[in-house]
Design a protein around this ligand. Sequence first.
Ligand code: COA
Length: 335
Amino acid sequence: MTLPVAIAGLGAYLPANVVTNDDLAEVLDTSDEWIRTRTGIRQRHIAAADEATSDLAAAAGKAALADAGLGIEDVSAIIVATTTPDHPVPGTAPLTAAALGSEAAAFDVNAACTGFIYGLRVGGAMAATGDQAVLVIGAETLTRITDPDERSTRVLFGDGAGAAVLVPDDTASLGPFDLGADGSDPSMLWTAAGGTRTPVTPDVLDAGGNYLSMRGGDVYRNAVARMAGAARHVLEEAGLGVDDVDLFVGHQANIRILDAVGTRLSMPKERTHVTVDQHANTSAASIPLALEDARNAGRLTPGATVLLAGFGAGLTWGACLLTWQPTGGGDGASV
Ligand code: COA
């Protein structure tokens, strides 16, 4: 199933502060060599003290609207995919909408690192059945929930936001999609406390229960299997083979995960777009940031078939296809 929806514009926001592996090695028992060889990460952007997720989201959303040549008044819904909201209540999307000057429908999607693909599915369906643009933003400030003293997690994550403007377009198609989730073992990758199961108490804070923790090896194995599986499903549904894919934009968690997914799919390395070296893992922001980076690098040529695949906490996973083609308006492109 595909949706008659085009991406009219893309936007990105990365905080100005860049922290290299060597910078981290000054404050943690780690090294540039360990981080690069285990993950492919060289640097990450870190939000300023006065920046929260909605600030990043609004900046990326504004850039995407400018790219599309549209105004905020053209937007009927704003979806923010995030797992690091400004506050537990309310959602981050209404705050983002307010910052953009909109009273349109605004709500969050929390599917962790798969959030942007889930957001495209929901936002795409809304755009296909409405007559206005839907803004889908992936935005995260992961460094706020990462234990600064824990080297095994702190080196992996960065902050940022990426956005896409979806518009109804009978000549375009978005999809097919394959989405899935398995919540039977959430502690594989989670923040244990701060929700209704384990509210924050002084003891919880002392134990670091408010920070992200994971079983890295289990996450790694599941990420490879689930992303490759979802990618295969959408290709099968579309009746396409790997040779038909011009560019693979996967969730940017770790270069070894991307390489392993590529090997499972028999995808040539030169057709995989990589930004994890520059951005580290920005969760729901990673795919739109990578898509915008690929477009800026001239890798999204008209008619190109693009495969997106993601994986994250939950567990959640998903994949979808896009066919890239120039739009009539703005500087963006359509799918
Ligand atoms: N610097 C130096 N050493 C580190 C380190 C760091 N930043 N982080 C962990 N180590 C140490 C560990 O303590 C361990 O030491 P030990 O053998 O003395 O116990 C050693 O490095 C090896 O750790 P290991 O877990 O075997 O490394 P790995 O090759 O599996 O790589 C990850 C670890 C986290 C990079 C890898 O498991 C991974 O990428 N998992 C997926 C994580 C992810 O992407 N999560 C988000 C998904 S959306």
